[in-house]
Ligand binder design. Structure first.
Ligand SMILES: *Cc1c(COP(=O)(O)O)cnc(C)c1O
Length: 237
C-alpha cells in the first residue's frame, strides 16, 4: 500500500513521463482508429529499482536488450511484469534466457530459431517469438530483409516448440510515414497468407521518438526507453 511513498522522490519523473506516454498512446490510438496498444518499458541501463517503480505504476511488460545485463538484474525485478528479449540475440546465449523470458522479439534467422526450438523442447515449453524485419534495409542492423520474410516464416513455422506471434521492426531514425506503412503492409500481407501455426497478432514497432507514427501505421506494441526513464547514462552497443 505504501509502495509509492517508499520510492525516492527522484523517481517521480517516471510517473510524470508514464502519464504523458499513456495519454499520447491513447490519443494516437483513438485518432487513427487503432485498438489496444501495449506499452513496453525498455530497461537497458536502468537500475531495477526504477524498473520496479515503473511496474508499480502499471507497466506490465519489460524489454531486455542484453543477456548479460538482464541476468544481473532479473532477480531484483518485480515478477508481476512479463519480459521480452528485444535485443540482438546470439545463438549461444539462448540457453541463459530460455526459461526466464516470455517472448523473444528479435528472431531473424533459422539458426537462431532452431536453437530456441531445441532448448524450448528440452525445457518442455513453447516459446513465443516475433520475427524481426530490417525494414530500413540497413546494412548494420539485424533483422531479416522484407524479401526473405516469407521464406523465413516457412522455415520456422513447422518448429514444434516455437510459436510465431507477429513481427518486430526498428525503422531507421528519422524514417517518414512510408517506412512505417511499408512495415504495416508487410504485417498485413503475412496475416493474409495464413501460414499454418502462425498468428499475426503483434506488430512491435515504435520507440520514444516515433511511437505515435508507429501507432498510426498499425503498431500495437510500442517499446519505450528514454521517454519513460530519461536519457541513458552510458553508451550502448
Ligand atoms: C533501446 C531500444 C528501444 C527504446 O529506445 P528509446 O528510444 O530509448 O525509447 C526500443 N527497442 C529496441 C530494440 C531498443 O534497443
Amino acid at each position: 500500500m505504501c509502495q509509492k511513498l517508499m520510492n525516492p522522490p527522484e523517481f517521480q519523473y517516471i510517473l510524470e513521463n508514464y502519464k504523458e506516454i499513456c495519454y499520447n498512446v491513447k490519443n494516437a490510438a483513438a485518432k487513427y482508429g487503432r485498438g489496444d496498444v501495449k506499452i513496453m518499458a525498455v530497461t537497458k541501463t536502468v537500475p531495477p529499482e526504477k524498473v520496479n517503480f515503473a511496474v508499480s505504476l502499471g507497466i506490465d511488460l519489460l524489454g531486455e536488450n542484453r543477456v548479460q545485463e538482464y541476468l544481473s538484474k532479473k532477480d531484483s525485478y518485480d515478477k508481476s511484469a512479463q519480459v521480452h528479449m528485444i535485443g540482438h540475440l546470439q545463438t549461444n546465449k539462448v540457453k541463459y534466457i530460455i526459461n526466464d523470458v516470455d517472448m523473444i522479439q528479435s528472431v531473424d534467422s533459422v539458426k537462431l530459431a532452431g536453437e530456441i526450438n531445441r532448448l524450448a523442447e528440452k525445457n518442455n515449453k513453447i516459446m513465443d517469438i516475433l520475427i524481426e524485419v530490417n525494414i530500413g534495409d540497413e546494412q548494420s542492423k539485424s533483422g531479416v530483409s522484407a524479401d526473405s520474410l516469407y521464406t523465413l516464416i516457412e522455415e520456422i513455422s513447422p518448429m514444434k516448440n516455437i510459436s510465431i506471434k507477429g513481427l518486430m521492426a526498428i525503422p531507421p531514425i528519422g524514417s517518414g510515414d512510408e517506412v512505417f506503412d511499408r512495415m504495416n503492409e508487410l504485417f498485413l500481407s503475412v496475416r493474409e497468407k495464413s501460414f499454418p501455426g502462425v498468428s499475426m497478432d503483434i506488430l512491435s514497432m515504435g520507440m520514444s521518438g516515433d511511437y505515435e507514427t508507429a501507432i498510426k501505421h498499425g503498431s500495437n506494441l510500442v517499446r519505450i526507453g528514454t521517454k519513460l526513464f530519461g536519457a541513458r547514462k552510458y553508451l550502448e552497443v
